[in-house]
Design a protein around this ligand. Structure first.
Ligand code: GN1
Ligand code: CA
Ligand code: CA
Length: 127
């Protein structure tokens, strides 16, 4: 199945792509995998900046990031279950607000926050 993307940014050897769609974490994972990529996760400051810049075009507040602490509360890992090396958490985040925030998201100011995994946020895939 072919998926078309209307927002594409090149970052190093990768592309960050989006079609402006929103989804819950598990749906976002599947969407990106089905499209032949994976849910985005910036690995350094440069990638983080490029991803944040995609907010302008989408006009959104949050992007899903490919990281969660579902397995071990407080330990955010990537999609291969490897603890994060780079992160860009906002002050006082991640805070597991109300004991139900296990998914990472990026705010429009490029800072990260943990949010409930069942809210729908914009999806960006890296391909
Ligand atoms: C937000 O909306 P509120 O204040 O209950 C945020 C949390 C943050 C918190 C910081 C869904 O919670 O993740 O930790 O602000 N929730 C959402 O004060 O964005
Ligand atoms: Ca958590
Ligand atoms: Ca939070």
């Amino acid at each position: 199945k072919a998926t078309s993307f209307d927002t594409i940014k090149k970052v190093g050897q990768k592309y960050y792509v989006s079609n402006g769609q929103k989804a819950k974490f598990d749906e976002g994972l599947k969407f990106c995998t089905d499209a032949g990529g994976k849910l985005v996760l910036p690995r350094n400051e440069a990638e983080n900046k490029v991803l944040a810049a995609m907010h302008a075009g989408l006009g959104s507040v949050y992007f899903l990031l490919g990281s969660s602490d579902k397995e071990h509360e407080g330990q955010f890992v990537d999609l291969n279950n490897t603890p994060l090396v780079f992160s860009n958490w906002a002050p006082n985040e991640p805070n597991d607000h109300q004991g139900k925030e296990d998914c990472a998201a990026m705010q429009s100011n490029a800072l990260w926050n943990d949010v409930p995994c069942d809210i729908s946020l914009h999806v960006v895939c890296e391909i």
